[in-house]
Design a protein around this ligand. Structure first.
Ligand SMILES: Nc1ncnc2c1ncn2[C@@H]1O[C@H](COP(=O)(O)OP(=O)(O)OP(=O)(O)O)[C@@H](O)[C@H]1O
Length: 244
């Protein structure tokens, strides 16, 4: 694997009032990898991703993305990253083609929209309202919008949640194609078979802490029995009670 670091978290913490959402995570993400983030509901996956995206500031510690401190240079960062959020309701009331055109106006540098439409197979849907599309096509539209600025890093928050198996498979094919272009992809997922099959490394977050980050095969080796599946990793490492 190419070991050029594109994201660096150093003891990043995020506190909301009395809630410690992220409790000091240090992590390096490498260029060209697909890094999955797993953990129970409320573990801190979205908060960690949002700090890397520059959407929220860490309460303490540092987050550097492509050499930019997310606190000090959020605008520089915006031009270089692509974000597909869990909820796409913002774009519900416009058509697919209109959403793509609108997003093109947001950035200085853009990727050819025809190329993005071809990659995502969106040609037949351009005149349709995003809201009327199936979940799978809504997710593809959201991914198309995340690619408009030809980002070096793409963030996907639970991209395949709620999709049927074929739509999930097809979306992964696109994600792997993007990795083939040299993009770095970070995503959160609750689907362990997807983490196992498609992610180069998987970060395990438990109660706001990074408890492991390695290849799926190495995470499985960390199990007490030294063997099993990513489901076992989830149950025994990600969802284990503290101190267990
Ligand atoms: N804006 C906020 N204000 C207050 N608390 C928040 C806020 N955002 C997140 N939290 C809390 O921080 C903790 C981590 O939330 P986060 O959304 O990062 O978890 P997650 O791992 O992404 O969960 P899920 O799998 O359910 O999406 C939770 O306790 C959550 O309630």
């Amino acid at each position: 694997m190419n070991e050029q670091t594109v994201i660096e978290l150093h003891d990043a913490k995020k506190t909301y009032g009395t809630v410690q959402a992220v409790r000091g995570i240090s992590l390096n993400v490498y260029k060209g990898e697909v890094l999955g983030i797993i953990g129970a509901n409320g573990a801190g996956k979205t908060t960690t991703l949002e700090m890397m995206m520059g959407l929220i500031e860490p309460t303490s510690g540092s987050v550097s993305v492509l050499g930019h401190d997310v606190k000090k240079q959020p605008m520089e960062l915006k031009e270089k990253i692509g974000i597909q959020l869990q909820k796409t309701s913002l774009y519900d009331r416009i058509r697919v083609g209109e959403a793509i055109n609108l997003f093109q106006s947001y950035y200085k540098k853009t990727r050819d929209s025809k190329e993005i439409i071809r990659l995502l197979g969106l040609e037949p849907y351009l005149k349709q309202f995003v809201k009327k599309l199936s979940g799978g096509w809504q997710q593809r539209t959201a991914l198309a919008l995340a690619l408009i600025n030809d980002p070096e890093i793409i963030f996907l928050d639970e991209p395949t949640t709620g999709l049927d198996p074929k739509a999930r498979h097809d979306l992964w094919e696109i994600i792997l194609q993007l990795r083939g272009e040299g993009k770095t992809i970070l995503l959160s997922t609750h689907y362990m078979e997807e983490a196992n099959k498609y992610c180069d490394r998987v970060a395990v977050i438990r109660s706001g802490e990074l408890v492991a980050c390695d290849t799926p095969a190495n995470l499985i080796k960390m199990l007490p029995s030294g063997q099993g599946t990513m489901d076992d990793v989830y149950v025994e490492i990600a969802a284990a009670t503290k101190g267990a």
